[in-house]
Design a protein around this ligand. Structure first.
Ligand code: ASC
Length: 143
């Protein structure tokens, strides 16, 4: 039977290890969507379709991020990640940061719907602050 268990465990471990690349891809997409949003806001008359599509992607990332930090994806020898161990040792604090991001992502939608560029810029700044707040606490400096 040990061979059978080994056969089952290997794919499970591989799935856990793959969660770090999953979050890297997720944050890359999120960063691209936020950049598209901010780039559009720099235009004198941003296209609502671009703003709305970006917000949809940002909100999707906000929903998915809760699944990006399974225990098997914490830092360990052989796993390259900028995620700090505090994510797993202080889950309540980390959850607060995740919720702060979700709240600011959700707030983008009514800001865009208002059609008011100043309101959208303020909402985008608040979202960026939520990103930074989490990075400052839970992400190693990238270089
Ligand atoms: C961005 C981006 C982030 C945040 C952060 C805010 O545009 O990609 O990670 O804003 O830099 O300080």
């Amino acid at each position: 039977m040990p061979l059978l268990f080994a056969g089952l465990a290997a794919p499970l471990l591989a799935a856990a290890a793959n969660q770090a690349p999953a979050r890297v891809a997720g944050y890359r997409d999120l960063g691209a969507a936020f950049k598209a949003f901010n780039d559009a806001l720099r235009s004198p008359s941003p296209q609502p379709a671009i703003l709305q599509a970006s917000v949809r992607k940002i909100r999707s990332a906000a929903a998915q991020q809760y699944g990006w930090f399974p225990s098997g994806s914490a830092p360990r020898p052989g796993l390259k990640t900028a995620a700090k161990p505090e994510i797993w040792s202080q889950p309540g604090r980390f959850r607060q940061s995740q919720d702060a991001f979700s709240a600011q992502a959700a707030a983008l939608e009514p800001a865009v719907a208002s059609g008011n560029l100043a309101v959208m810029r303020t909402a985008a700044r608040s979202l960026g602050a939520a990103c930074k707040g989490c990075h400052d606490q839970f992400r190693f400096d990238l270089d």
